[in-house]
Design a protein around this ligand. Structure first.
Ligand SMILES: [Mg+2]
Length: 250
């Protein structure tokens, strides 16, 4: 599990977490919100089932988020256009107001609250050991209420939301801003995330000490060889014993 010397000299001084699919079950909340939209807007009459609708959404969404990171698209456009394109892809009639549909999706999404099992216990156990931070790639008006509703603000010394920082993962600038915020060099920050691309590969590139929460998913198999994390865990709960060992407290 340990790939380098963890001597006290370079011991981590903070732990930053990714939010979606690391601490929060974003996939489940998104899927349920999309199923609700599918029902409300009678997408089934176009012949597309819920599974196709969800799969296509993630496909369209992922490509548009990469455009955010490279500056080819802005947030407002993404929020509307991902639904305009999704409806076109499933052959449903074009929404009369794609921006309103985008807002409707986010409202339904926010009506759920799905922390991942063990996430809160992990934060509660780590917070007395090291200051904690959150670095999330989302929108401010979604991620902040989500965290508030979970009652997790009390665990975090720093809450960094990509939209507010004006840069998105995996742009190196976002991790640099996170380090600035914490007043620490990247080598002193343990950064915990589920995405091999946005968390592990991009994090290592700027010198963060990465912990890959290797949850099941198609991305994992595709990037396993390249995602050379400093540490790997199967579950976010495993971060507690890992930090204790690194700090010589376990
Ligand atoms: Mg994530």
């Amino acid at each position: 599990m340990f790939k380098r010397n963890d001597g006290g000299e370079d011991a981590p001084r903070a732990v930053f977490f990714d939010l979606d699919n690391t601490l929060y079950d974003h996939r489940r909340a998104a899927r349920e919100a999309l199923a609700e939209l599918h029902r409300r807007h009678d997408v089934a009459s176009s012949g597309a089932g819920v599974d196709d609708f969800v799969r296509l959404f993630f496909d369209v969404n992922q490509r548009m988020w990469l455009k955010l990171a490279t500056g080819e698209m802005d947030v407002k456009t993404l929020r509307a256009e991902r639904f305009a394109e999704l409806f076109a892809r499933v052959g449903a009639p074009a929404p009369s107001d794609a921006a309103a549909l985008g807002r409707e999706y986010l409202d339904v999404y926010l009506s759920y609250s799905y922390p991942l099992p063990g996430a809160e216990e992990t934060l509660a156990a780590l917070e007395p050991l090291l200051p904690l931070g959150l670095l999330t790639n989302g929108f401010a008006d979604i991620q902040r209420p989500k965290v508030a509703r979970l009652g997790w603000e009390k665990y975090f010394a720093w809450l960094a939301v990509a939209e507010e920082l004006g840069v998105f993962k995996p742009d190196a600038a976002i991790y640099e801003k996170m380090c600035e915020m914490a007043g620490l060099p990247p080598g002193r920050i343990l950064y915990v995330g589920d995405s091999p691309v946005e968390d592990v590969i991009a994090g290592r590139r700027v010198g963060l000490r990465t912990v890959w929460v290797r949850r099941e998913g198609p991305e994992v198999a595709r990037w396993a060889a390249e995602a050379d994390a400093d540490y790997e865990v199967a579950d976010v709960r495993d971060v507690v014993p890992l930090v204790k060992r690194i700090l010589g407290k376990g």
